[in-house]
Ligand binder design. Structure first.
Ligand SMILES: [Zn+2]
Length: 145
């Protein structure tokens, strides 16, 4: 059964996590933007894939997801809430399974999928993404030339 939102600790945690997700994502976007990248935000990369990537580069088929340690079950910092533990375990396992499935579907369609963890160094992640973007742009140009 779904834990009620009146379970205050859980609710607080959800709100706090959402806030920190937004914060991390903004940080990454700011870094990418400063490096000259232009992209779409919070959109589904492919029709039929019910998942919104945080940053999308449609022309080079690059999708970036920023995953929070809690919601996406990071092996280093993911924790299992003790209360309603079964529900949480199922829920968090489901999230992880959906993440893998979405990545697989996108890759099958020729997309490159980057998953950045909340605990990753955002500056380093942004740098890697920028390098990938210019590489993909170069390749795309050569193919279409
Ligand atoms: Zn983590």
């Amino acid at each position: 059964m779904r834990p009620s939102a009146s379970s205050l600790r859980v609710h607080e945690r959800m709100v706090a996590t959402r806030r920190s997700d937004t914060h991390i994502e903004l940080r990454l976007r700011r870094l990418l933007h400063a490096a000259g990248c232009r992209y779409f935000v919070d959109r589904s990369p492919l029709p039929g894939v019910r998942s919104r990537a945080d940053v999308v580069f449609p022309s080079i088929r690059l999708a970036i997801y920023v995953d929070s340690c809690f919601w996406h079950g990071c092996r280093l910092h993911g924790t299992w809430p003790k209360r309603n533990s079964e529900w949480w375990r199922a829920k968090l396992n489901d999230n992880a399974r959906r993440d893998r499935e979405v990545s697989r579907r996108l890759r099958r369609k020729g997309w490159l999928v980057f998953r950045v963890w909340e605990h990753d160094d955002m500056a380093a992640s942004a740098k890697a993404i920028v390098a990938e973007v210019s590489l993909l742009r170069e390749t795309t140009r050569r193919v279409s030339a």
